[in-house]
Ligand binder design. Sequence first.
Ligand SMILES: [Zn+2]
Ligand SMILES: [Zn+2]
Length: 136
Amino acid sequence: MSTPDTTGHCLCGRVKYRATGEPIFRCYCHCESCRRATGSPVTAYAGYPTTNFAFEGEPARYESSPGVTRTFCAHCGTPLTYEALDRPGEIHLLVGSADDQDAAHLAPERHVFENERISWVNLTDGLPRKSAATGD
Ligand SMILES: [Zn+2]
Ligand SMILES: [Zn+2]
């Protein structure tokens, strides 16, 4: 059984993407920067090698902190991906932008930036929780 390609798109459909293979990183991020970028209390990510990821249509880019680039649709504003210099060669797509958001291979396997979690966000999933580091 091979993992199906993960396709996704912004709200208006001008920017699409395709990721192939199994994600190398899956998490919920509770950091404040992700909250600001998405307007949501928690964000789910699936990370892929950049070599396995391609945009169709050109997203806008924003350096949200030094070394961190977020992409979004310049027309409708949907946040799409996250890249960081401290995780070279990786791109993390926002699972909420995937076409099949219920795909089992996109399910988060950990929480990161637990130390910045909003107190009323309580996902009782039993997954490991890390403070600060998004690392492994
Ligand atoms: Zn759009
Ligand atoms: Zn974050």
